[in-house]
Ligand binder design. Structure first.
Ligand code: ADP
Ligand code: XUL
Length: 522
């Protein structure tokens, strides 16, 4: 029994959650926003701004600097890092870090100099493509063609060849910068990179996050030679091994003992993707519960009772860190789209929620929005576009309340439509992410899905998942025991569906489907 640290290196922030299994309490939650607190990286939303919306990279040094800064802040807030008995965590999925030397060959971190200074010369690619990057359409087509089409890619890896997935991103690097690719000794996911930094050596890639690369053979849990060959030459030698999510990858490096006060030998458990980690934090690793995560991206995911793939080709199969698999559908126009509308019509989040609940009705008097500001993953839209259909005031965005409801209704309808294949029970839905504190957004989701919406009481389910995974690996306890103590819903924020909304959303859902078909050119 003791305290466990969970970390979540996500798109816009690095978060930490510390739990205490003796008291059953969350000891501390802390988040560090990259845009504000590490402003010198010039990444207001966590990625390097680029006029081409298809190009989205981040600076991996920002993630490293964030780690040290957050650890200092946790101690300043009273955390006794010497009491931490295990560490695990998560990273935004699909993003990749390219190193000239394998971290196991580097021989650990030197105590005298900052980590950033030590990691910088190791990078063979100065920036990391992240999940928002959609610039690899060509590479996806090439990979699929070599292995006999997307049906084969899906059969092996659980997803068709996907622009943001790591394999196509690696192929693009190999094609555009063959010399730098040749100099690359090790390629990490954000998750395995962060774990490696903590142990000062190479961490394997966990099966949960590894499934988001188009490289893993899901059936055997090993790299697929066919997919590796279709992606880039010599790739097997550059990838850390795939490992089960509960693997202890090493002990925290001496650097963190000397500088940040951890106890020597503290185990680090494999990091996983933010969504698989969230599945654990939400207490949803057994089939039967659906989770909606409202972060920078919106995702809908669920543990799977049997492996199933999306017939439309948008959804994915990832590893469930508690064993087995999970389904996931990702929408890139999540919080960024809500935030954009909110700012355009001049509402704060409280007013945004009130406008939805008190000033508008389900179905929004026929006003419909297609809210695509950045290239969309589900449905696949390369050219982002905002489209408005309805009254004159709405179309001119002179109606803040209708605009607020419209963006959320469109997102909820898209989630309902695109998650119909996952086949799990949806009478209650668990919600997490920055926007899951917003009662307006929760009410629309409850009405569209005709389900009770239960937000988690802890702010960051992915960081919590990290802490729970560390505790489970070290103490060997049952998941259900941990869930009962740490993954409770926030009773004050639970929202019931309004049965009268059903008809309005059947009608609006049909119109939404028609407009999307036109937009997609079907
Ligand atoms: P990520 O983990 O992807 O970085 P988070 O889950 O931390 O994202 O969510 C951050 C997002 O939550 C921000 O982009 C912000 O727009 C949104 N957000 C924060 N508070 C609210 C709120 N009260 N209502 C709606 N959205 C919110
Ligand atoms: C999932 C995905 C996103 C990132 C965001 O496939 O691309 O949800 O994990 O952090």
């Amino acid at each position: 029994m003791g305290q466990y640290l969970g970390l979540d290196s996500s798109t816009q922030s690095l978060s930490a959650t510390v739990i205490d299994t003796d008291t059953g309490k969350v000891v501390l939650e802390r988040s560090l926003g990259f845009g504000e607190q590490l402003a010198h990286y010039k990444a207001p939303n966590g990625f390097i701004p680029d006029p081409d919306p298809a190009l989205r990279h981040s600076d991996p040094l920002m993630w490293v600097e964030a780690l040290e800064k957050l650890l200092r802040e946790l101690r300043a807030a009273g955390l006794d890092t010497a009491r931490i008995r295990g560490i695990s965590g998560a990273g935004q999925q699909h993003g990749s870090v390219y190193l000239k030397r394998s971290l196991s060959q580097v021989g650990g971190w030197r105590p005298g100099s900052e980590l950033v200074t030590q990691v910088r010369p190791l990078l063979s690619r100065p920036t990391s493509p992240i999940w928002m990057d959609s610039s690899t359409g060509e590479e996806c087509a090439e990979i699929a063609a070599v292995v006999g089409g997307n049906a084969s890619v899906t059969q092996v890896t659980g997803s068709r060849a996907i622009e943001r997935f790591t394999g196509p991103q690696i192929r693009k690097f190999f094609k555009r910068a063959p010399a730098a690719y040749g100099q690359t000794e090790e390629i990490h996911l954000v998750s395995s990179f962060m774990a490696s930094v903590l142990i000062g050596a190479t961490s394997g890639i966990d099966l949960g996050d590894g499934a988001g690369m188009n490289l893993l053979d899901l059936a055997s849990g090993s790299w697929s030679q066919k997919m590796l060959d279709a992606t880039a030459p010599g790739l097997r030698d550059k990838l850390p091994p795939p490992i089960p999510s509960h693997t202890r990858v090493g002990a925290v490096a001496d650097y963190f003992v000397d500088k940040h006060g951890f106890t020597s030998g503290t185990p680090v458990v494999a990091f996983t993707g933010d969504n698989p980690s969230s599945l654990i934090g939400m207490g949803a690793s057994r089939p039967g519960a659906v989770v909606i995560s409202l972060g920078t991206s919106d995702t809908v995911f669920a543990a799977m009772s049997q492996p199933r793939t999306d017939p439309r080709g948008y959804g994915h199969v990832f590893g469930n860190p508690a064993g087995g698999f999970m389904s996931l559908i990702c929408f890139s126009n999540g919080s960024l789209a809500r935030d954009e509308i909110r700012r355009r019509v001049g509402l704060d989040w409280e007013a945004f929620a009130q406008a939805i609940v008190h000033e508008t009705q389900p179905g929004n008097a026929g006003n419909l929005m297609l809210p695509y500001f950045v290239p969309e993953i589900t449905p696949r839209l390369v050219e982002p576009k905002l489209q408005l259909f309805g009254g004159e005031d709405f179309v001119a965005l002179r109606s803040p309340a209708e605009a607020a409801r419209a963006v959320v209704e469109a997102q909820a309808l898209s989630m309902r439509y695109h998650s119909d294949w996952i086949g799990e029970e949806r009478s209650t839905i668990r919600a997490t992410g920055g926007a899951s504190r917003n009662v307006g957004i929760l009410q629309v989701l409850a009405d569209v899905f005709q389900a009770e919406l239960r937000p988690l009481s802890v702010a960051n389910s992915s960081a919590l998942g990290g802490a729970l995974r560390a505790a489970q690996a070290v103490e060997g306890c049952e998941w259900e025991e941990l869930y009962a103590r740490f993954s409770a819903p926030d009773a004050d924020l639970c929202v019931q569906p309004n049965p009268k909304a059903r008809a309005a959303y059947d009608e609006l859902g049909a119109r939404f489907g028609e407009r999307i078909s036109v937009l997609l050119g079907d």
